[in-house]
Design a protein around this ligand. Structure first.
Ligand code: ADP
Ligand code: ADP
Ligand code: MG
Length: 455
């Protein structure tokens, strides 16, 4: 087993991983920026290194400073969390080849194979997994995109091959609009990801986002831990509420989508935790979207229904252990829901909010879990993602879990900064949400019932 693990991240996920290390008796090392000196992850780790100034590029994305912290600390493994370097093959390669330190994640080749949306779709096609109809790879010119879009039928989506976090996706409704959207999408992709390449895809009308949690070891065994439903997304395709399981899947569909995800993962030699994302259309057909080669923000809902600790498992797998269970031994119990708590003002178009938290009254009780790095007195700086906590509930049925989520949100009071809590309370009390019949158009319809015709 590892002697010391460095956590190359911040926020709630750094706390999540540091706790797991302590539970396993492994000393942990935190890294932090100047703006994060008072963050919980720094306090609860055994050791902490400042890796730069407040901005991400100066600190959490500063490769040489991170590698230096790894070397000085004497860590023999690094957990990347999500975001940041978690899906960066160069980072994994530098750790393993240059420093001889284990990257707690998939093999470099698997990260590369799934690193861009065009290659990932090709891997899915090769594993006999249905994909959203569209270009087979990168689309070189605007003329080619127009021809493809006409073949597929409008509306279509233009997507950055290097995209992520809902960025770099543009909808095109008719041929006249393609030229303008093409140029904007390309420029945006170049600016955000340093890569302007795009793919063209059919716009699936009012789909559900259903994703499968995968777990593989370094001995060729791959299993899935069931699915998560993540259709409650904001106008930028970012997830707000996630659930496990997906309430409308039959066991037969679960088996089909789960084994498709396992095939895709096996085809790229996958090991460790990962997620295969799908769209499910109104007719029950599912289409591969992409694979995220890391721990996902919403992994806790899978933990709650399976009773497994995904970070413990990631560490054991990286240390060379075999999966402790077979596919047949995976059990799903009850229903879990996660709501992302963000410092955003619902009345100001969800603008990010900063400042000192003066009151932080959190919910509790059976089946309520709060993953966070903040507390009363914590100062939210403008430099990072606005997510400040994840509220997770678990109960016997979806109905009971929704009631628990409503109760927990009722108890949750934050002052000093605006949060999305008042918005979440309204959202989860709406008849559409409570019925469970939600697709990715739900939040747009909720926000503007008259205008929303899909986003
Ligand atoms: P997921 O499917 O896991 O939600 P996304 O593709 O949405 O993954 O990307 C992860 C999201 O988390 C992004 O919106 C990113 O900006 C955000 N993020 C990345 N790192 C952190 C962090 N340390 N704390 C909070 N949010 C983060
Ligand atoms: P990201 O890398 O940003 O996570 P994804 O490809 O996973 O990008 O898509 C994010 C979200 O965008 C999906 O959950 C869905 O809501 C929407 N989306 C993506 N592709 C399509 C599509 N072809 N049709 C309809 N909606 C889509
Ligand atoms: Mg995605």
């Amino acid at each position: 087993m590892f002697k010391k693990i460095l956590v190359a991240n911040r926020g709630e996920i750094a706390c999540r991983v540091i706790r797991a290390c302590r539970e396993l008796g492994i000393p942990s090392v935190a890294v932090y920026s100047r703006a994060d000196e008072d963050s919980t992850h720094v306090r609860i780790a055994d050791q902490a290194f400042c890796v730069g100034e407040a901005t991400n590029t100066d600190s959490y994305l500063n490769l040489s400073n991170l590698l230096m912290a790894v070397e000085i600390s004497g860590a023999d493994a690094v957990h990347p969390g999500y975001g940041y370097f978690s899906e960066n093959a160069r980072f994994a390669e530098a750790l393993e080849s240059t420093l001889g330190v284990k990257f707690i994640g998939p093999p470099v080749k698997a990260i590369e194979a799934m690193g861009d949306k065009a290659r990932a779709k090709q891997a899915a096609i090769a594993s006999d997994c249905p994909v959203v109809p569209g270009s087979e790879g990168e689309v070189a010119t605007e003329a080619e995109a127009l021809k493809l879009a006409e073949d597929i039928g409008f509306p279509v989506l233009l997507k950055a091959v290097a995209g992520g976090g809902g960025r770099g996706i543009r909808r095109v409704d008719d041929p006249e609009d393609l030229s303008r959207q093409w140029k904007m999408a390309q420029a945006e992709a170049q600016a955000s990801f340093g890569n302007g390449a795009l793919i063209v895809e059919r716009y699936v009308v009012e789909p559900r986002h259903v994703e499968v949690q995968i777990l593989g070891d370094e001995h060729g065994n791959v299993i899935h831990l069931g699915e998560r439903e993540c259709s409650v997304q904001n106008l930028r395709h970012q997830k707000i509420i996630e659930e496990a399981p997906c309430g409308i899947l039959t066991w037969e569909q679960r088996e089909r989508i789960g084994s498709a995800a396992v095939r895709v993962a096996k085809s790229v030699g996958y090991a460790n935790a990962g997620t295969v994302e799908f769209l499910l259309d109104a007719d029950g057909h599912f289409y591969f979207l992409e694979m995220n080669t890391r721990l996902q923000v919403e992994h806790p809902v899978t933990e709650e229904v399976t009773g497994l600790d995904l970070v413990h498992l990631q560490i054991a797998i990286a240390a060379g252990e075999k999966l402790p269970l077979t596919q047949e031994q995976v059990r799903l119990n009850g229903h879990a829901i996660e709501a992302r708590i963000t410092a955003q003002d619902p009345d100001l178009d969800f603008a990010p909010c900063t400042g000192k938290i003066t009151r932080w009254d959190t919910p509790g009780g059976r089946g309520v879990r709060l993953d966070t790095h903040v507390y009363a007195g914590f100062v939210i700086s403008p430099f990072y993602d606005p997510m400040i906590a994840k509220l997770i509930v678990h109960a016997e049925t979806r109905e009971a879990a929704v009631a628990k989520l409503q109760t927990a949100l009722h108890e949750f009071h934050v002052e000093g900064v605006q949060t999305n809590i008042p918005f979440l309370r309204r959202l989860v009390a709406s008849p559409e949400y409570m019925s469970g019949d939600v697709d990715t158009g739900f939040v747009p319809r909720f926000l503007a019932p008259e205008e929303a015709v899909g986003v």
